[in-house]
Design a binder for this molecule. Sequence first.
Ligand code: FES
Ligand code: FES
Length: 216
Amino acid sequence: MSDELPQCEVSPPTGSSESSPAPSRRGFIATSTVLGGAVVAGGVIGGPSLLGPEEASAADALPSSRVSLTVNGTRRTVTVDNRTSLLDLLREHFGLTGSKKGCNAGACGACTVLVDGRRVNSCLTLAVRLEGVEVTTIEGLADGDQLHPLQQAFIDEDAFQCGYCTPGQILSGVGCIQEGHTGSPEEIREWMSGNICRCGCYVKIVRAVHSTAGRK
Ligand code: FES
Ligand code: FES
């Protein structure tokens, strides 16, 4: 879609209402609304477009890019709309729905995955910036039927109820352990504070991370 918005051509008031009438407030709003609808016609909102054929096809061609990355050990190459988040790439393009969309705004941690071993909020990460990286999601954490030690610890400690936050909690816990921020329950709480569990399983989650770090 073009970034160029059509300019609303409204002549300034001249003082002579006969030669160049000033637009009424109602007329101005009507004009703006019609032009605004035309701008988004190629993307979201339907309706008759006021754009010419060339402008309309430019608006239709959303900027997209090709990106290659490795997800859970498998190389993937895909062409995506430049605005696609890593979370949407995983869920909508690759069918990896283990990473959850909670807030979609970086506030809950449900979408946490590892990128080159570092935990990130995938909802805030643009997919097209990830050329060549390695992504690990909850689907790639186990070794066949052998659960990752932190996955097993979540089961042993009964560290989840609804489970919606659990994939993000586990990936964040893996990152926390790899970073060495597990010296005490307080330290784990601090470094896991970006992951919200609305069921309130925090005590057991911290216990699971602490016990797994202790076994390393
Ligand atoms: S969905 Fe990404 S932080 Fe909430
Ligand atoms: S287990 Fe329900 S939100 Fe965490």
